[in-house]
Design a protein around this ligand. Structure first.
Ligand SMILES: C[S@@+](CC[C@H](N)C(=O)[O-])C[C@H]1O[C@@H](n2cnc3c(N)ncnc32)[C@H](O)[C@@H]1O
Length: 267
């Protein structure tokens, strides 16, 4: 199987089947991602990944980034997504690549199976980002890194209105989240311009979701708003959103909280 050929450790186990569509994996999130592959390129540059590095694209959607990293950067990449529909699309587009249904909160990979994990516009959409980050740190090599792009809160009251975009919170909150899981931020870049651009593109493309015109793939959609909240602060909370990319390195294991995978005795 491709995954063992690529040396990613244990094969993918069946995804836990629960009640909701998301848990069953038969949902198809409408995905858009501000910045698209431009931000992926920036992350790869910041992380200085060596050729043939083992990379997991977690929440890979329809697989655009996986294909890009394999084709352009000669990295050994597989994609995992909770949506069976997205994975089917990814496999259809690129049957030669490794795409698997799986959940961030329970990664069925060996400890230290990857040199890098990429989470592009994924963490803010998760109900339990802490749990996902603990899983991620467990599957990363000791010198591994996490590549993140996501929405954060740049100002105002950090409360998500019912129809608002999810956010990871303020920059300090993002740092706290990552540090709590055993990472230290090595690089951080504000890229809020891509968020505004995504909404301008949407405005210029009637009938399209915000950002689709600008993005190669992916960001949240269940809660995608009209775009007004991004262009100007929410009238109720004054919340002002931005977009960032960051590279976080695994702390020395003795400094970090024990990873869940390690607690479960995976080898
Ligand atoms: C906003 S999209 C980003 C897609 C992709 N990273 C990109 O940038 O093109 C978020 C993705 O995360 C996936 N996802 C949501 N919850 C997940 C979970 N618990 N575990 C793994 N993937 C999840 C969704 O199915 C969706 O494809």
């Amino acid at each position: 199987m491709m995954r063992s050929q690529q040396g990613f450790g244990e094969g993918m186990a069946a995804v836990a089947v629960c009640g909701s569509a998301a848990d069953r994996g038969d949902f198809a999130p409408a995905c858009l991602r501000p910045g698209g592959l431009e931000l992926t390129e920036d992350l790869v540059t910041l992380a200085r990944l060596p050729r043939h590095a083992r990379v997991l694209d977690l929440g890979c959607g329809k697989g655009t980034t996986v294909a890009h990293l394999v084709d352009r950067h000669d990295l050994r990449v597989i994609g995992v997504d909770a949506s069976a529909v997205q994975i089917a699309r990814a496999r259809e587009a690129r049957p030669d690549l490794g795409f698997f249904v799986g959940r961030a909160e329970g990664l069925p990979f060996a400890r230290a199976a990857f040199d890098a994990v990429l989470v592009e516009c994924v963490l803010s959409t998760l109900a339990d980002a802490d749990a996902a980050l603990r899983e991620i740190v467990g599957v990363l090599a000791d010198d591994g890194c996490l590549l993140v792009s996501d929405i954060y809160t740049r100002g105002g009251v950090d409360v998500c209105p019912p129809s608002g975009l999810p956010s990871l919170g303020r920059r300090e909150a993002v740092a706290g989240l990552l540090e709590g899981a055993g990472f230290r931020i090595a690089e951080w870049r504000d890229r809020s311009g891509v968020l505004a651009r995504a909404f301008w593109d949407a405005a210029a493309s009637p009938g399209r979701r915000p950002g689709e015109a600008a993005a190669e793939s992916a960001c949240t959609a269940a809660a995608a708003p009209s775009g007004e909240a991004v262009k100007r602060p929410s009238p109720r909370t004054g919340r002002r959103l931005g977009y960032f990319i960051c590279v976080a390195r695994v702390c020395a294991r003795s400094e970090a909280p024990a990873a869940k995978g390690a607690q479960h005795g995976r080898s």
